[in-house]
Design a protein. Structure first.
Length: 110
C-alpha cells in the first residue's frame, strides 16, 4: 500500500512513466485521470494527497472537497486555472513550473 496518492488530473502524453519513476520510490502511487475540464475532479480524486494538473480547472468548490490534499502542482507556467486564494485558505500549497517552455515561446514569437 502506498504512503501517498498523487493524481494526475489530465495529461496528453502517452503514459505516466516519468512521474511513476520519480514518485513510486518515495511511496507515492500515481493515478492518471483524464479530467481536462475539471468537472468531477474532486469526486474522482477525493483521497488525493497531491494533484498534478495540466489543463483541468480547479475551482474553490473542488478544493474544499479535497480533504487530504496538501498540494496542487501545475504542469506549466500560469496558475490562473487554480483558485489560488481558496487553496491557501484550505491550507494547500500551489506550485508551478516558472520556466516552462520559455525558450519555445520566445522562439515562436520571433
Amino acid at each position: 500500500m502506498a504512503d501517498f496518492k498523487v493524481y494526475v488530473s489530465d495529461y496528453d502524453y502517452p503514459d505516466l512513466e516519468i512521474e511513476k519513476s520519480i514518485l513510486n520510490p518515495i511511496g507515492a502511487e500515481v493515478i492518471g485521470l483524464q479530467c481536462k475540464d475539471g468537472i468531477g475532479l474532486a469526486e474522482e480524486a477525493a483521497d488525493a494527497d497531491v494533484i498534478l494538473q495540466q489543463y483541468a480547472r480547479i475551482p474553490r468548490e473542488a478544493i474544499a472537497e479535497l480533504k487530504n490534499c496538501k498540494a496542487i502542482c501545475r504542469y506549466g507556467l500560469g496558475v490562473d486555472i487554480v483558485d489560488v486564494p481558496a487553496a491557501y485558505e484550505h491550507g494547500r500549497v500551489v506550485t508551478n513550473v516558472p520556466d516552462y517552455c520559455v525558450d519555445e515561446v520566445a522562439d515562436h514569437s520571433i
